[in-house]
Design a protein around this ligand. Structure first.
Ligand SMILES: Cc1cc2nc3c(=O)[nH]c(=O)nc-3n(C[C@H](O)[C@H](O)[C@H](O)COP(=O)(O)OP(=O)(O)OC[C@H]3O[C@@H](n4cnc5c(N)ncnc54)[C@H](O)[C@@H]3O)c2cc1C
Length: 557
């Protein structure tokens, strides 16, 4: 049995920032991560991080753009706090050693991003996430804390309505262990692998969201799934919005800059939901290239600019699509990119369970509402990671000691042995592939009621089949077959919540576009969806949206 004041699960930007805050508050802190911290998906972030630091820009404009981008579903009190913290957060990361790109005047360089009134996305070429992650890791490395590396959270233990700690699976030794903690911060990141066509890393399987859901935490707004307009055609690798920020343009098979018909004012830099729907419509209406895609053109920007500002994009295009963006257009289609929903929290990162906190992409504060603006997520990990770390430290300071019984740990171990002991049954990867195909096909950019019901039926059937899943590999060292099975179970549960929320929400808002209800319906649906686990499936309820200064208006770009 291990024991700490604060256990942070996840070592991406949100987890590391939470851990740093808790360590600075003098607590005994542990980080549990299934990956080496620097392999977290935060390191894949390309385009940049938002802060209204330019002379022509203002915090209020950043707030307004975020509220509008959220299609008025974001909580305005949280958004105001978030945007005010942006400048100090970026400066702090600079002081931690992040080497941001600079303009010719020596100031932090900024590029325009979608749905934003001013260029406010600060970047380190097209490797911003890695630059931030490395700097934060070095800063955290000067502090004292315990790292459980290549350990998978499988269960959050809650008794008497408060957190006791977690149970985790040690990949290297094949054992389960209990880690008692007064506070647990879930910062396990994205869940994009619920979809087949996604920009997310293979590790982005929503484990922490699923564990919190099973422990009784409320999930918020899970039906809002962001599709990034520009993912490379076959691999789904992200081509950053920074490519359009630098001046890249989208064209259909007729050579037309089609965004002029969908967003006449800001064209290719409309918000992501708008651009993804436009690309989808062009292809569906026969104006895509054979095989179903459109072009992103950078050629007119010139070699020097493309190769210096978009280095990694050049590598991706050359290595994974066989095209050179300096001389040829890039074939792209939208792909799943981000989950606006997650574990419901308030501004301090507190959930509905005492001692349980969440931050980063696994959480939903909510600042992104129905659609996230590019560059706001890296910022969210740092702003709300710190908030959650501070709140977890304060809570652990006044909380009584906690405990995890041997019985609870053995229960986890028994469930896994049931999978490895089975002589018959389906292998997890088949269920995972079917789930991904279902979500790609039926729960995508545009949603039809019949298709959603069919998705619900298929996911329900997968859930039943998962109950008798078989793990063929019985080894106890780095058993990927087993961790695959655990992750697949988590994703099936979350897919069920996404679909239930999407069926219930009979309106179109942000990334949730219902063909049978094409308009936003503020009278009935200006509210957050909450989902609570029950053995019979998610139980939905609703919560009000917080308003401060911005009245809902029609969203035009
Ligand atoms: C390709 C790509 C590019 C992006 N570009 C940008 C951008 O330019 N700007 C922007 O603002 N946003 C961008 N985003 C979004 C943003 O990067 C993410 O939302 C954010 O980095 C998530 O950070 P996180 O700390 O919440 O999660 P992650 O960085 O994903 O970290 C999750 C951590 O949780 C751990 N973990 C997961 N499951 C378990 C488990 N069961 N047990 C133990 N540990 C676990 C992992 O090991 C990892 O350390 C991008 C996303 C992608 C996919």
């Amino acid at each position: 049995m291990h024991r700490h004041d604060v256990v942070v699960v996840g070592a991406g930007l949100a987890g590391q920032r939470a851990a740093l805050a808790a360590v600075e508050a003098g607590r005994d802190v542990a980080i549990v991560s299934k990956l080496h911290p620097l392999r977290s998906h935060s390191g894949a972030a390309q385009g940049g991080i938002n802060a209204a630091v330019g002379a022509e820009d203002s915090v209020d404009t950043h707030i307004y753009d975020t509220v509008k981008g959220s299609d008025y579903l974001g909580d305005q009190d949280a958004i105001e706090f978030f945007c005010r913290e942006a400048g100090p957060t970026v400066v702090e990361m600079e002081h931690f050693g992040t080497i941001f790109s600079r303009g010719s005047d020596g100031n932090l360089a900024r590029r325009p991003f979608g749905g934003q009134g001013f260029p406010r996305t600060i970047y380190a070429a097209d490797r911003t996430g890695l630059a931030l992650l490395q700097a934060l890791y070095e800063r955290l490395g000067t502090e004292s804390f315990t790292l459980y590396e290549e350990w998978d959270l499988t269960r959050i233990v809650v008794q008497d309505r408060r957190v006791q700690g977690i149970v985790a699976f040690d990949r290297r030794h094949g054992d389960f262990a209990g880690i008692a903690a007064k506070s647990v911060v879930v910062a396990t990141g994205p869940a994009g692998r619920i979809y087949g066509r996604t920009t997310n890393a293979h590790s982005c399987t929503g484990d922490g969201i699923a564990a919190a859901y099973h422990a009784g935490a409320q999930l918020k707004d899970m039906e809002f799934v962001q599709f990034h307009p520009t993912a490379l055609l076959e691999s789904g690798i992200l081509i950053t919005e920074g490519a359009r920020g630098e001046g890249g343009i989208l064209k259909n098979v007729g050579g037309e800059r089609f965004m002029s018909r969908y967003a006449p004012h800001v064209l290719d830099l409309a918000s992501r939901d708008v651009v993804s729907r436009a690309i989808w419509t062009e292809v569906k209406e026969g104006r895509g290239f054979p095989g179903g895609y459109v072009h992103l053109e950078l050629m007119h920007l010139g070699r020097e600019r493309i190769e210096s500002r978009l280095q990694e994009i050049c590598d991706f295009c050359r290595n994974f699509a066989g095209v050179d963006p300096v001389t040829e257009p890039i074939p792209i289609m939208p792909g799943q990119h981000y989950m606006m929903g997650g574990i419901g929290t308030n501004i301090r990162g507190e959930t509905n369970i005492a001692g349980l906190f969440a931050a980063g992409e696994a959480a939903c504060v909510s600042i992104h509402g129905a659609n996230r603006l590019g560059g706001n997520s890296l910022l969210e990990t740092l702003v709300f990671g710190k908030q959650a770390g501070n709140a977890a430290a304060a809570y652990s300071d006044r909380a009584a000691p906690t405990d995890i019984s041997e019985e609870v740990v053995e229960g986890e171990s028994r469930a896994v042995h049931a999978m490895t002991d089975r002589k018959e049954g389906e292998e997890p990867q088949h269920l995972r592939t079917e789930m991904q195909a279902t979500m790609d096909e039926l729960v995508g950019i545009y949603r039809q009621p019949q298709e959603l019901l069919e998705a619900q039926r298929r996911i329900g059937a997968l859930k039943l089949r998962f109950a008798s899943v078989r793990v063929v590999d019985r080894s106890s060292v780095y058993n990927i077959n087993l961790t695959d099975a655990l992750e697949t179970g988590h994703m099936i549960d979350l897919a069920e919540v996404i679909v239930a929320g999407a069926i219930a929400r009979t309106e179109s808002r942000g990334a949730h576009a219902r063909v049978d209800f094409p308009k936003r319906d503020d009278a009935n649906w200006m509210k957050h969806t909450l989902a609570r686990f029950t053995p019979d499936g998610p139980e939905l309820s609703y919560a009000p949206v917080a308003f401060t200064r911005w009245e809902p208006k029609e969203r035009v770009y």
